[in-house]
Write a protein that binds this ligand. Structure first.
Ligand SMILES: Cc1cc2nc3c(=O)[nH]c(=O)nc-3n(C[C@H](O)[C@H](O)[C@H](O)COP(=O)(O)OP(=O)(O)OC[C@H]3O[C@@H](n4cnc5c(N)ncnc54)[C@H](O)[C@@H]3O)c2cc1C
Length: 448
């Protein structure tokens, strides 16, 4: 497969279908890792499925992320699903017939303070109850994983079963496997709206025509809120900008993914490292920020040290353009085929300085490229993987809050199960859509 050249990272370009079906069993909106994983599972089960992507498969978050496949520090409510994801990743290369870059290299989170060490210790104890082997490394043991490390830490949380995969390869390869298994996938095919008849979802309207379906899965990443708003369904979802860079190839001798708060690194298949900060991000203030202010306040308070709130053009832009429109006319989904925000250069420079200070081997190693991605998040920072009782036939898989790549294959499987009425392998209740309205007290878990 050739690579797409873009201002973001280069990713594998998939050849896809042109002629729309009139009717399918399940239609999927969004060709990120969640949508394509759902398509793969459905096709493997001989369900007639079509996926519609407004731009290119993996054009948004799914090619822009760090590529960490982790249990470490996850919200406990996600652990059963993530354990299943680990099983699926283990079989992935054989299944897709190519190298997704998946390696079980382990993940280390440095405990920068004694309070962090205590939190990490508690997480490891909780994780043990799920059969997960994760342990605290004393600082003296860290040098074996990070040669030349100069940074003082209180400890590190080490999860050997964790791993990494190559975001610029994995999602297109999973999509290709879905096609081989019988799914139809369409690119440059925006879904303008979801069709609803007598309160029930009946299909969707794309820019190239209408497709009937008994079930529609919305896996639209940062766009899910808008698409659902178009059919009167309110999803509390906001977006956060996260910036990344990659280095030129270097023999640093570091295999596991590692986070030191001010920087985090992951070895790439091309011999370089993907580098970013796990503690810095930017949120544009938009009308939705105000609308969901109360729901997101705990998340904001928890993240406020590293979160820059910006008031700029995005406010007006979203107020005027990010609105449901008459479906007979071209939509914003066609105007913005790929959400490609500019990276925050000051953030990238800070991260680079922190990296070379802590690991001098990186001094003088060139930056090959930088990019950013728009992370979609929910008030409790766990996704929605759920049907929606007020719209029978609608299934939502979104809000992965910056950690949907690793869990993606299992999340797609769960969505597929829900769409065809099969009991998922783990309990989807904590991830239900109705938790935002049924009186549950939303809460965040902070382990990292
Ligand atoms: C910088 C960064 C670092 C990250 N690091 C990690 C990590 O290390 N590990 C991890 O597990 N996760 C990580 N994540 C999070 C992870 O990338 C996402 O959670 C995951 O990719 C979400 O997948 P998705 O399919 O939901 O969304 P996306 O990949 O964003 O895909 C959604 C797709 O839907 C399409 N779409 C939307 N609306 C329409 C429409 N109306 N019609 C047709 N198509 C539509 C979009 O074009 C898009 O391609 C990171 C994210 C970022 C941005």
């Amino acid at each position: 497969m050739p690579f797409v050249q873009s201002s973001g990272p280069e990713f594998l370009k998939l050849e896809t279908d042109q002629t729309l079906p009139r009717e399918v069993d399940v239609a999927i909106v969004g060709g990120g890792i969640i949508g394509v994983s759902a398509a793969l599972t459905l096709a493997q089960r001989n369900v007639k499925v079509a996926l519609f992507e407004k731009g290119l498969i993996a054009g948004e978050q799914s090619s822009r992320n760090w590529g960490w496949v982790r249990l470490a520090g996850r919200d406990l409510r996600e652990l059963p699903l993530m354990l299943r994801a680990h099983e699926l990743w283990g079989e992935m290369n054989a299944l897709v017939g190519d190298d997704t870059g998946y390696r079980r290299c382990g993940i280390l989170y440095a405990s920068m303070t004694s309070a962090a060490r205590e939190r990490h210790t508690r997480w490891a104890a909780e994780a043990a109850r799920y059969g997960i082997a994760s342990h605290i490394l004393e600082p003296s043991k860290l040098a074996a994983f990070a040669p030349g490390l100069t940074r003082q830490v209180a400890a590190a949380l080490h999860t050997p079963a964790d791993g990494r995969a190559e975001p610029q390869r994995a999602t297109p390869l999973i999509a290709r496997a879905a096609i081989t298994s019988g799914a139809q996938i369409f690119q440059d095919c925006a879904v303008r709206t979801i069709d609803v008849e007598a309160g029930r979802v009946s299909g969707l309207l794309t820019e190239h025509g209408r497709v009937r379906a008994s079930s529609v899965i919305v896996a639209g990443g940062a766009w899910s809120r808008l698409l659902l708003k178009g059919i009167g369904v309110t999803l509390p979802q906001l977006k956060v900008l996260s910036s990344v860079y990659r280095t030129l190839p270097i023999e640093a001798g570091i295999e596991p993914c590692m986070s030191f708060s001010s920087f985090a690194i992951r070895k790439r298949m091309d011999g370089g490292y993907t580098v970013a900060s796990s503690s810095e991000s930017v949120a544009e203030i938009t009308p939705d920020t105000l609308r969901f202010f109360a729901k997101f306040l705990p998340a904001y308070l928890a993240e406020r040290k590293g979160l820059t709130l910006r008031l700029g053009r995005a406010f007006i832009d979203e107020a005027l353009r990010w609105q449901p429109r008459d479906a007979d006319r071209p939509s914003i989904y066609e105007a913005i085929r790929i959400l490609d925000p500019k990276p925050h250069q000051a953030n990238i420079q800070r991260v680079h300085r922190a990296l070379v200070e802590a690991l001098p081997a990186f001094r003088g190693v060139g930056t090959a490229q930088s990019w950013a991605g728009m992370i979609d998040t929910t008030p409790d920072a766990i996704p929605v993987i759920s049907s929606v009782s007020e719209r029978p036939g609608l299934v939502v898989g979104t809000g992965f809050a910056g950690h949907g790549f690793g869990i993606g294959p299992a999340a797609g499987e769960m969505l597929a199960d829900i769409a065809i009425g099969r009991t998922p392998l783990s309990d989807p209740h904590p991830l239900r859509f109705s938790r935002f309205t049924d009186g549950e007290k939303l809460h965040l878990q902070h382990w990292l």
